[in-house]
Structure formats: structure tokens, C-alpha cells
Design a protein around this ligand. Structure first.
Ligand SMILES: [Zn+2]
Length: 213
């Protein structure tokens, strides 16, 4: 239930590459004199204004013009239209990744600290070097992670109650396994059960969306 809430919450768009192509396609077919052109331009414009953080929305207008081959700034071509559509799709993808990470640029999205699961969280203090992506933790590694957890809490939410049956904190690989190649340096931070399962849900969501391999 809680997990579903977070997943819905971090999918701000309801847009997708297919949806962007559809809206651009309708506008292109309708042409600059059609109602659908201006309707879709306005729908997408409201959305991309946030993505580009551009009050005048010039970046979006420029790309939408090229994408629909109605630009009055540059000569239009099918090649440039494809390029502009790809730019819009990429911008949306980057934005969704930002949301999943809970960070835009250097700014934490308000209320999103719990989503910050792809990097050490706001309560991260010390960590233990990971030997690899495996979960075959040694007693020494477990003890150290528990010690940090008892001291400064779960790295994401700060709880000093791990919420697990065993009473152990869950050693959390950072960066998460799914986001780095084998052999990358990783650290282990204490995670509580609830944050760990939220992280699992967010990572599967990102995989489904194709945001990470
Ligand atoms: Zn937690």
C-alpha cells in the first residue's frame, strides 16, 4: 500500500516516449492551423515548462516547432523533427530519473527524502566498504552495519529500529547494485526493512520504465 503510494508519487508525468510521439504526431498531422496542434502544444508545454524549469518555455517551443516541422526559427526537415522528438524524450527520461532519486540538480524535491534511495540518504553517517554486489555478509560486516544503525539509524529515514525479525539492519549497497557495473566501489549503509522494500519497489519501477538497465 505504502509502496504503491510512493511509486505513483514518483511518476509525475503519465507521459512516456510513446505518448510524446503521439502528441507530436497528432500536431504534425493537424498542422499549425488546427485546434489539435495548439491543444497538444499547450498540454506538452505545461509539462515541459517544469522539466526545463524555463518560465518562458523557449526550449520547449523551439523543440516542439522542429518536432512538428513548423519551426519559424530554423529550416524544417524530417531529420530535425526526429532529433527534436528524441530531445524531448530524453529530457523527460532525465526528469523521471531526477524524481526517482529525489533530486533535481542539487536541490532535494520537497517531501521526497524517502525517495532518495539511489544515493546515501539524509541520515547516512559512517559506512562499511562492500566486497562486491553479493549479500553474503560476514559477521564483522553485519556487526559494523548494526553498530552504525544503532548509533545514527537507517540512512534513509533515521529510524534506529531496523524492523526486521532478526533485529539486524539490512546492509544497503550504495550506489545500488542495479545502477553500477560489477566491480564498482560500493559502500554498505544500514537500512530499515521499510526503506529497503521501498527501494526495491522504486528500482523495479525504474527498470520497468527503462530508466536503468
Ligand atoms: Zn528507514
Amino acid at each position: 500500500m505504502l509502496l504503491a503510494f510512493y511509486i505513483v508519487n514518483i511518476d509525475p508525468s503519465g507521459h512516456s516516449p510513446a505518448r510524446i510521439k503521439e502528441l507530436v504526431g497528432e500536431a504534425t498531422s493537424g498542422g499549425i492551423g488546427s485546434a489539435v496542434y495548439w491543444k497538444n502544444r499547450s498540454t506538452m508545454g505545461a509539462y515541459f515548462r517544469e522539466i526545463f524549469a524555463d518560465e518562458d518555455n523557449n526550449q520547449f517551443k523551439y523543440l516542439f516547432g522542429l518536432a512538428t516541422m513548423t519551426s519559424d526559427i530554423e529550416e524544417n526537415s524530417a531529420g530535425k523533427a526526429d532529433w527534436a522528438v528524441q530531445k524531448l524524450i530524453q529530457a523527460e527520461k532525465d526528469w523521471e530519473i531526477s524524481f526517482a532519486i529525489g533530486i533535481i540538480g542539487d536541490r532535494l524535491i520537497p517531501g521526497s527524502s524517502k525517495m532518495g534511495v539511489l544515493k546515501p540518504g539524509p541520515h547516512a553517517s559512517k559506512s562499511v566498504p562492500a566486497r562486491g554486489k553479493g549479500r553474503d555478509f560476514t559477521k564483522d560486516e553485519r556487526d559494523k552495519v548494526n553498530e552504525i544503525g544503532n548509533d545514527t539509524g537507517c540512512h534513509t529515514c533515521g529510524s534506529t529500529d531496523p524492523g526486521t525479525k532478526s533485529g539486524n539492519f539490512i546492509p544497503d549497497h550504495q550506489p545500488p547494485n542495479a545502477t553500477v557495473p560489477n566491480g564498482s566501489p560500493q559502500e554498505l549503509y544500514p537500512h530499515c526493512k521499510s526503506c529497503s522494500s521501498q527501494q526495491g519497489g522504486i528500482i523495479s519501477w525504474m527498470k520497468r520504465k527503462g530508466l536503468i538497465p
